[in-house]
Design a protein around this ligand. Structure first.
Ligand code: GDP
Length: 451
């Protein structure tokens, strides 16, 4: 079973429990049994699942909970916490420090997204004020150096490689030495992902590692490989001291089984790749991950992204509106304008449950943009009163007919737009009373929202 299915099954079990009129032993057991079934189907070890059940039952002692207690919330919180515990990855063997030279060697099979991820990793750190550099020690694949060079040039990151030299060890050593001299604090070495024989690939990796003495070996893995993830990770670990893992292609459809497998084996996943673009890359953090898995939205990631992509001068206004929780059609209009104007802001909204998945599904950006433009044309035919009201009852039949006529659109389309508004307003309303965090206060916010 893949991640999305697992998340869906668990959230359905939680929802059913929430819908029950009375929460008693039977309802709790049914909910836990459903979750157990989903986890076992996802190949989670029986012992882990049984321990989780026992822990939840210990925490949620229905007899001891007085009538006033919100049992639903206590059960949900216990399940959330246990899932976080179960999926919490181990710690990486080393964490580079800004301003202090570190060598990070990337390993992984060809096609896993290794070269792309090297640049994403460099770019992520560069944005945070680091001085990264890229070394291409993949001499096996024709075009590997070109790809790295192109990516690096685009991101304005210094790089090193050669079209002539065929010895990857030599290139790796030269590159690392050169960037050490240039005081780069994050020297990233990309290695080959394929060879004529597997043994030769691992031998080459070992040699590059011995020669460059990396502080951290990062294993890059495609999340879609599912159950094979564990074996693949083991094979790499046997040749080099893998210290951390990056899981790529977490944006793919019905994928992610590999990520689950790695997390369950406590492999230290530190980042995830969520798309082909340079900035589709996120720090892996178990709480937002589980929140998203269960469709609860990733509040901390959302606030992080706001700080990252919304222009500074627009941030206070947007955050203020968020904390007021009053989502009017005018706010929707303004956010649509933002989405159309600045690509990355769309990413901000993809962090909210239901926002982007339905409004702007990946791979269908063109259609989504057309839809947003259509909605905006209809809103252009609205009065100020309609735009500034958050009372859904205001939009009666005659107003809807007037808007349809005015914008030359179908009645059905106006209704669809208003439905979309209602859906977004519901999500937005969850932000009401939000304490607006400053940078660096995100995890506290995440705790609050998940509580
Ligand atoms: P390498 O052979 O391991 O170096 O893999 P590449 O970096 O060449 O990537 C292989 C393909 O995967 C390319 O088409 C990348 O654009 C794509 N890719 C890499 N990371 C991601 C990701 O997180 N999401 C998606 N959708 N595609 C990715």
């Amino acid at each position: 079973m893949v991640l999305a299915q697992l998340g869906g099954s668990i959230s359905r079990a939680l929802q059913q429990m929430s819908n029950a009129t009375i929460i008693d032993e039977k309802v709790l057991n049914e909910c836990l049994n459903e979750i157990t079934r989903a986890l076992l189907q996802a190949d989670v070890q029986f012992k882990l699942v049984r321990d989780m059940q026992t822990n939840i039952k210990k925490i949620v002692n229905l007899d001891d909970l007085a009538a006033g207690h919100n049992k639903r919330k206590i059960i949900q919180q216990a399940i959330f916490n246990e899932l976080c515990k179960m999926l919490d990855p181990g710690k990486p063997s080393f964490t580079p420090k800004k301003g202090k030279t570190s060598v990070v060697m990337f390993v992984g099979l060809q096609g896993s997204g290794k070269t792309t991820t090297c640049t994403k990793y460099a770019y992520y750190h560069q944005k945070k004020g680091w001085k990264p550099a890229l070394v291409c020690a993949d001499t096996f694949r024709a075009g590997a150096f070109d790809q790295l060079k192109q990516n690096a040039t685009k991101a304005k990151i210094p790089f090193y490689g050669s079209y002539m030299e065929s010895d990857p060890v030599k290139i790796a050593v030269e590159g690392v030495e050169r960037f050490k001299k240039e005081n780069c604090d994050l020297i990233i070495v990309d290695t080959s992902g394929r060879h004529k024989q597997e043994a030769a690939l691992f031998e080459e990796m070992r040699q590059v590692s011995e020669a460059t003495k990396p502080d951290l070996v990062l294993f890059v893995m495609d999340s879609s490989i599912g159950q094979a993830a564990f074996d693949q990770a083991q094979a790499f670990k046997q040749s080099v001291a893998v210290g951390a893992v990056i899981v790529t292609k977490m944006d793919g459809h019905a994928k992610g089984g590999g990520a689950l497998k790695l997390l369950l084996t406590k492999s230290p996943v530190i980042f995830i790749g969520t798309g082909e673009h340079m900035d589709e890359f996120e720090v892996f953090d178990v709480k937002p991950f589980v929140s998203r898995l269960l469709g609860m939205g990733d509040w901390s990631g959302f606030m992080d992204k706001i700080h990252e992509v919304v222009p500074m001068d627009q941030q206070p206004e947007l955050l203020q509106k968020l904390s007021e929780g009053n989502f009017t059609l005018r706010i929707m209009y303004e956010q649509f304008q933002n989405i159309l104007k600045m690509g990355p802001i769309g990413q901000v909204f993809s962090m909210l449950p239901g926002f982007s998945a339905e409004l702007m599904p990946k791979g269908r950006e063109k259609e989504s943009q057309a839809k947003i433009k259509r909605y905006m044309t209809m809103m252009d035919s609205m009065t100020n009163e309609e735009l500034d009201s958050s009372n859904p009852k205001l939009m009666n039949e005659s107003r809807i007919m007037r808007i349809a006529r005015g914008s030359g659109r179908h009645l059905r389309e106006v209704m669809e737009m208003l439905e979309e508004y209602k859906r977004l307003a519901k999500i937005w309303s969850k932000m009401k009373g939000l304490k607006i965090p400053k940078k660096g206060e995100m995890s506290a916010l995440s705790r609050n929202m998940n509580a």
